[in-house]
Design a protein around this ligand. Structure first.
Ligand code: GLN
Length: 210
């Protein structure tokens, strides 16, 4: 399975490493053409303002939205989650608006802006959450599925084909969250390929009738 990792800024190399550990074909995405043929896209952590500016400059925002409309799964960690959010409270920087949440950047305060916490993730299990200048999710639509919480606030959410974590699984060496995303991508790939299989089957049957 081919998974793209947006490689404009941030910790994209760590995502690629962990995807390869899972035997996925992980590729760096820098230009719209790099999106061709991928079954899923990861937007890494980093600096959301910079990634947003570079993404727009490369004309990637529109192309990523098109892929989302086609049903391709997208996973954003931290800055990636901010870029996928519908709204950034108190900030007018670019977002893709693909998950109906409102986030506040760097909202855990200066004193504890980076920390680790023991999380429990639905369908995954216990997991070490590494939070680095993480955003807080101040609002989410009821359509979002909460997969993990910290102090009763969501830190991992999914809305259809969009997954976000405000923490960094790529920094743990534990590949289970990436495996969860690969399963989403696999499901999408199977759906995408299915009609073609059916069509092939039909033409095969038609040939047999000749
Ligand atoms: N604080 C960063 C931002 O707002 C996100 C930090 C991260 O990705 N670890 O863009």
């Amino acid at each position: 399975m081919k998974i793209g990792v947006l490689a404009l800024q941030g910790d994209f190399r760590e995502h690629i490493r962990i995807l390869r550990k899972l035997d996925a074909d992980a590729v760096e995405v820098r230009m719209p053409k790099d999106l061709n043929g991928i079954d899923g896209l990861i937007i890494p952590g980093g600096e959301s303002t910079s990634i947003g500016i570079l993404m727009k400059r490369a004309g990637m925002d529109r192309e990523i939205k098109n892929k989302h409309n086609d049903g391709m799964p997208i996973y954003g960690t931290c800055a990636g989650a901010i870029l996928l959010a519908k709204e950034i409270i108190g900030n007018r920087q670019l977002t893709l608006g693909l998950i109906d949440i409102s986030v506040k950047r760097n909202d855990y305060g200066r004193q504890i802006d980076s920390f680790e916490a023991d999380l429990s993730i639905k369908d995954v299990g216990d997991f070490k959450g590494i939070f680095i200048r993480a955003p807080r999710i101040a609002r989410f639509n009821n359509h979002c599925q909460i997969l993990s919480e910290l102090n009763l606030e969501p830190v991992m959410l999914r809305e259809n084909n969009v997954l976000i974590t405000t923490f960094h699984p790529e920094l743990t060496g534990d590949a289970r969250v990436h495996k969860y995303f690969l399963d989403m991508a696999q499901e999408h790939k199977e759906l995408k390929d299915a009609p073609e299989d059916a069509a092939n089957q039909n033409s095969r049957e038609a040939l047999l009738e000749l």
